[in-house]
Design a binder for this molecule. Structure first.
Ligand code: ATP
Ligand code: MG
Length: 452
């Protein structure tokens, strides 16, 4: 059956050049999957029977990068765009469950396809020959199914990261995991202990931002708790509180499901209520409360992110959003300016997104007034930004030099005074006008703020 396939001129040129020298070549892997799904592949990978040094000879007149050459990959730069050309290969050994002991270059495409993880990733496409699909990848794509190439348990023992890759594809593509593959994922999950934290982190982040993340987290919570033990206590933890209609884990999943697919927002929501189980208290009426849970959630989030080797900036950003997720919000320009000052626009918007998702996952009766308040708050945010209200030191109508000129002694007092004036402007007590600010300073007494 002919297959509709988007043409890619650069990929076809690379293939033609290799073939002209007598080698076999075609597009392989993720780009074939994405093209068949009607998604634009973010990069085209070319597989070839040419050995790396032979590939180099074919592209002697082009700019090439040899960074991956040990594994058979030569990156050819065509019109400023890189395209990876990888020699067909098999991998054997995997004594450590992550790295093949031996990579062997082979001449046959079929042998290369057999080492790939899932059927949907094990197809090749050639401009004249069309699709090569030895493992039923096309049928699995059509059925929305993640299935291993070959014996799933063996494939996961070779490289346990494939377990998380499979769940990531399920979440991103909205696919289900074929039962035998799912069973093997569970049986072989212990292998994830030996996978580098950074690789686990990267797959989890992509899983979380998938459109179907909540479904995959729900179905594979037991497995995922192996790499994220912080989620385990949330599962089935009843809240016994009229604001909530779901247990902590279901609430978390509902919030994730309705939130924007932003990695920091999704990680924040995953952890935002993780501090509820350890802080649970019941009052005399049997109603559940979670005093101080945001701080405990923050600690758990921080612990998980350190283990997963998040970069410091991302970890601190998510810690902060987790800690703040429950702060009382007000539809008031002063509130907006204060939080813009503390978080910056990007993270303030993320905080509002977290609050909206959190609200949408609460008991229906409590949602409308909170959502209306958040709508109003967002409108206020837009107007504060549009009017270019002052909320940063650099927007303030006076600077350090002005204060020195007004007689303030050099030293830490200058910074403190600027902060005092900025707070006055943010809170609407002072206008952001140079004369008015200097006058306010004089009124508060010469050098007084400096003396504090
Ligand atoms: P994306 O680029 O969107 O992450 P991808 O499937 O292209 O998805 P890559 O990491 O670019 O993922 O890998 C390209 C191809 O290499 C895959 O489609 C798959 O065929 C193969 N592959 C990648 N990682 C593995 C692995 N751990 N085990 C087996 N095959 C793999
Ligand atoms: Mg890819």
């Amino acid at each position: 059956m002919p297959v509709e396939f988007p043409r890619n001129e650069r990929a076809e040129r690379v293939i033609a050049r290799l073939e002209a020298q007598g080698y076999d070549a075609c597009a392989v892997g993720g780009c074939v999957r994405d093209a068949l799904l009607g998604r634009r592949p973010h990069d085209w990978d070319i597989g070839t029977s040419a050995r790396p040094e032979e590939t180099l000879r074919c592209f002697a007149d082009c700019m090439v990068l040899e960074t991956g050459i040990r594994h058979g990959t030569v990156t050819v730069v065509l019109e400023g765009e890189p395209i990876e050309v990888t020699t067909y290969r098999t991998e054997t050994g995997y004594a450590d469950g992550r790295h093949p002991d031996r990579v062997a270059f082979v001449r046959r495409l079929e042998d290369d396809l057999a080492r790939r993880d899932f059927t949907i990733n094990a197809m090749a496409w050639h401009p004249a020959r069309g699709l090569t699909d030895r493992f039923g990848g096309r049928e699995d794509l059509a059925a929305g199914r993640i299935r291993c190439v070959g014996d799933p348990a063996r494939r996961f023992r070779e490289d346990a990261l494939r377990i998380l890759r499979g769940l990531r594809f399920a979440a991103v593509c909205g696919f289900t995991v074929e039962p035998q593959t799912a069973r093997a994922m569970r049986e072989e999950q212990g292998g994830l202990r030996s996978v580098a934290a950074e690789r686990v982190n990267a797959e989890l982040s992509r899983l979380l931002t998938g459109s179907d993340a909540a479904r995959v987290l729900r179905e594979f919570a037991d497995l995922l708790a192996g790499v994220l033990p912080e989620i385990a206590p949330m599962r089935g933890f009843a809240q016994n509180n009229p604001h909530h209609c779901w247990d902590v884990w279901e609430h978390t999943l509902h919030a994730l499901q309705v939130s924007a697919p932003d990695s920091a927002v999704r990680w924040t929501l995953l952890f935002h209520d993780s501090g509820k189980p350890p802080t649970y208290r019941e009052d005399e009426k049997g109603i559940g409360h979670f005093p101080g849970h945001p701080a405990v959630s923050e600690r758990l989030a921080d612990q998980a992110m350190r283990r997963l080797k998040f970069d410091t900036g991302t970890r601190e950003r998510i810690d902060r959003l987790v800690k703040l997720h429950d702060i009382p919000a007000e539809n008031d320009p002063r509130f907006v300016r204060r939080w813009l000052n503390r978080l910056g626009e990007g993270d303030f918007r993320r905080l509002l997104e977290v609050k909206r998702a959190d609200t949408l996952a609460q008991a229906p009766a409590y949602r409308p007034p909170r959502l209306a308040m958040l709508d109003g708050l967002e409108a206020t945010l837009e107007s504060v930004l549009q009017q270019q209200d002052c909320f940063r030191l650099k927007d303030l109508a006076v600077n350090g030099r002005d204060l020195l000129a007004a007689g303030l002694p050099e030293g830490p007092a200058v910074g403190r005074t600027l902060r005092f004036l900025l707070d006055g402007v943010i809170d609407g007590r002072l206008p952001n006008k140079k004369e008015a600010l200097l006058a306010a300073l004089r009124e508060s007494g010469p050098g007084r703020r400096g003396a504090e």
